[in-house]
Design a protein around this ligand. Structure first.
Ligand code: NAD
Ligand code: MG
Length: 389
């Protein structure tokens, strides 16, 4: 069988690394065209030595020479900065994993859509901010796009061939993160290390912080409302601390379907790679003892005030999600570098909504990348001026 040409954008991250682990099991079936990273040049070099891609790209120019030195005498082309992917790759790719973190992943994802048959998107920020633009290219290039985020992968599986009129409610589960049982008032002195210590998942720092205050769920409802054509009022978030159930769909005929699997992103990843013939993973069986202890509870908005942002974003639409995302990216960085407290993240996002210029930037249609950049830049600057005195 012909080898599949693939690329992984953000290969050194948590999703990127898991994707390579999945590929490693059937290494001979793949021809790796491209691996990309931002700063982690050591890991990129290490991955390139093991996986022998034809090309690597390090986004941050300051690491270019180090990558070049590290991969001397190897038949690997090395690039830096935001070189368009079609300048690097000439053959059509069979599969690209979009796993950059943040809206920085939007432009590369658009380029991947142009040159790939399948794009698996983990990079939820590009969906939240740029779905309208991504959709145009998906249609034009007839690319198949598959969601990797575990909840969205599950909703896709649960609703194949289902129309909106058959659905009563779509429930996205949230683990509640590390602070589920710590009163919200006590959270301002929380340290970054405590926030990124997720009970069930090992993920990148940004999404771990987003999971600790449930901003991740705000983003996931927006993400789902963009990807799927169901009425956006049908989404609900429920706390499920064990994280085995990823999404639940309640149908009008009285049936409820849910998808359960281990808290291992290699499961959705390998399904986007292999589809139904996905039997190469050594998946740990879920113990029946675990199944008897699955629990669900409603989200308490006093504990997780972020949750009120879901309806605000969905009702406003347009560039409101882009503004919230940009502000959140800045705030998470400020929190991780100990410049603001944990509770300041959601507090500041709420302040952005009340800013006198908010409507001017939020209520425009995101037709082009430029439209997104304008709203994104405004939100970043505004957030910084609100926080750094
Ligand atoms: P991470 O921080 O572990 O990795 C991010 C990767 O992106 C790194 O390889 C980094 O080098 C790369 N990167 C960042 N900026 C870049 C740029 N400008 N150009 C090229 N590469 C760049 O993050 P992660 O946890 O792997 O998450 C990646 C994406 O997947 C995020 O959008 C996240 O929300 C989503 N996601 C992650 C998980 C998970 O379990 N980790 C689950 C669902 C969704
Ligand atoms: Mg998720």
């Amino acid at each position: 069988m012909k080898k599949r040409n693939i690329a992984i954008l953000g290969s050194t991250g948590s999703i990127g690394t898991s994707t390579l682990e999945v590929i490693k099991k059937k290494r001979s079936k793949f021809n790796i065209e491209l691996l990309t990273a931002n700063n982690n040049y050591k890991k990129l070099i290490e991955q390139a030595k093991i996986f022998k891609p034809n090309n690597v790209l390090i986004n941050n120019k300051k690491h270019y020479k180090k990558v070049k030195k590290g991969l001397k005498n190897k038949k690997i082309k090395i690039y830096f900065g935001n070189v368009p992917l079609n300048n690097i790759i000439s053959n059509k790719l069979d599969y690209t994993m979009s796993a950059i973190v943040g809206v920085a992943g939007l432009q590369p994802t658009i380029e991947a859509i142009k040159i790939s048959k399948i794009v698996a998107i983990a990079n939820k920020e590009s969906i939240i901010c740029g779905w309208e633009i991504l959709s145009k290219f998906i249609k034009r290039y007839k690319t198949k796009v598959l969601p990797v985020d575990s909840e969205h992968f599950s909703i896709m599986e649960l609703t194949k061939g289902i129309s909106d009129s058959e659905i009563e409610e779509i429930i996205i589960t949230a683990s509640g993160g590390p602070f589920l049982n710590i009163p919200n008032k006590k959270l301002n002195r929380i340290k970054p290390n405590q926030a990124i210590n997720h009970p069930n998942w090992k993920m990148g720092k940004k999404i771990s912080v987003d999971s600790a205050n449930l901003m991740n769920k705000v983003f996931e409802v927006i993400e789902a409302s963009k990807i799927f054509k169901f009425n956006k009022k049908k989404y609900r978030i429920i706390i499920h601390p064990e994280s085995y159930v990823h999404s639940i769909v309640r149908f009008k005929n009285g049936l409820i379907k849910m998808i359960l699997y281990n808290t291992d992103m290699k499961i959705p990843i390998s399904n986007t790679l292999y589809g139904k013939r996905n039997h190469i993973l050594n998946i740990k069986k879920i113990d029946s003892k675990v199944l008897s202890k699955l629990s669900f509870q409603n989200v308490n908005s006093n504990q997780f005030p972020s949750i009120k942002l879901v309806n605000k974003c969905l009702n406003l639409g347009f560039l409101a999600p882009t503004i919230v995302n940009a502000s959140n990216e800045v705030l998470v960085n400020l929190f991780l570098t100990k410049k603001i407290g944990f509770l300041d993240i959601v507090r500041t996002i709420n302040k952005i909504f009340k800013d006198k210029d908010f409507n001017k930037y939020a209520k425009r249609k995101p037709d082009t990348i430029k439209d997104i950049q304008i709203a994104d830049n405004w939100a970043r600057l505004k957030t910084l001026t609100m926080c750094v005195r």
